[in-house]
Design a protein around this ligand. Structure first.
Ligand SMILES: [Zn+2]
Length: 304
């Protein structure tokens, strides 16, 4: 079960239709909550996302629309007596803000938060995670990181190749573990001969930024890219002045990077509807385009 649950899609201020940001990525047994803006706890209720399903929390930066829901979510983890550890990662140079946000009310019993202040681009050490998580610096007005979740490549066994060699039963597991298997008669079969690479899936999360190499790096080969598109091209000057993207820029980078499912979000209140974003993005992007709405669920596309 791999899906994105959109909790909120508004930049800067909420509107009647759009809550502040909030994104929950369900990834098998993992639940990653990104950028909980104000009202995230209530949006989780509407979306059927329990606090207990959160295993990691990622903040791209400390502007209010991306983090002011954190105290409520932390309080809820306590109230619901969530006992598993929750990793939380954020730009390290703004650790003061993290400390204030996590201490705005009297200290609860420690909910088992494991803070990871990120100093610079690179992998975030999560020893128990079934994926690699990387932070990539973006270009906004404060320290901002985007995140890449990458599943390691696996192997798909080829039944016809296995049977051609007469390999069956427990021998299949032995071959998978050892990478090779000696057959009676002396022939050694390697894993490459009886399997193909099953490419790991990639999820990328890009919030407030102007176009930069970090956006391109994160988007590359993503099965799903969630990306801010605050403005339309007609307001490109505003986008560049305030460190944001337009729908056209987001779509162009996604198309060049081979993204499969593109999720546009983080919309300015100046647009009463999002038809313009859809029309503009579909000029450049030819994969699955999703213009996010609050409480929408978007499946991560099935493997290639
Ligand atoms: Zn924002």
């Amino acid at each position: 079960m791999r899906e994105l649950v959109v909790l909120g899609t508004a930049s800067q201020v909420p509107t009647r239709q759009r809550n502040h940001n909030g994104y929950f990525l369900r990834w098998d047994a993992e639940g990653l909550l990104f950028d909980p803006g104000e009202g995230t706890q209530r949006q989780m209720l509407y979306a059927g996302v329990s606090a207990a399903s959160i295993t990691r929390i990622g903040l791209t930066h400390f502007h209010g629309d991306h983090c002011l829901g954190l105290p409520g979510v932390l309080g809820r983890l306590n109230l619901d007596r969530v006992t598993h550890p929750v990793d939380i990662f954020f730009p390290g140079e703004d650790i003061d803000y993290f400390e204030r946000l996590s201490q705005v009310v009297p200290r609860y019993p420690d909910p088992g938060l494991r803070p990871h202040p990120i100093p610079a681009d690179g992998p975030i050490p999560l020893p128990d995670a079934p994926f690699r998580l990387e932070a990539v610096a973006l270009s906004h007005r404060v320290a901002t990181f985007g995140y890449l979740l990458a599943e390691p490549d696996g192997r798909r066994m080829l039944p016809d190749r296995l049977s051609a060699f007469g390999i069956e039963g427990p021998d299949v597991g032995r071959l998978q573990r050892a990478g090779a298997l000696a057959l009676p008669g002396g022939r050694t079969v390697t894993l490459d001969e009886v399997s193909t690479v099953r490419r790991g899936q990639r999820f990328a999360f890009v919030m407030d930024t102007r176009m930069c190499s970090g956006v391109e790096e994160l988007a590359q080969d993503a099965d799903m890219l969630v990306i801010e598109s605050t403005f339309l091209d007609s307001d490109a000057a505003l986008a560049h002045e305030f460190g944001h993207l337009t729908a056209a820029e987001a779509a162009q980078v996604a198309e060049a990077a081979g993204v499969r499912t593109l999720v546009l979000t983080h919309f300015s209140q100046r647009y009463p509807d999002l038809d313009g974003h859809r029309i503009e993005a579909s000029k450049y992007f030819h994969g699955e385009l999703v213009v996010a709405e609050d409480l929408m669920r978007v499946p991560v596309p099935t493997r290639r």
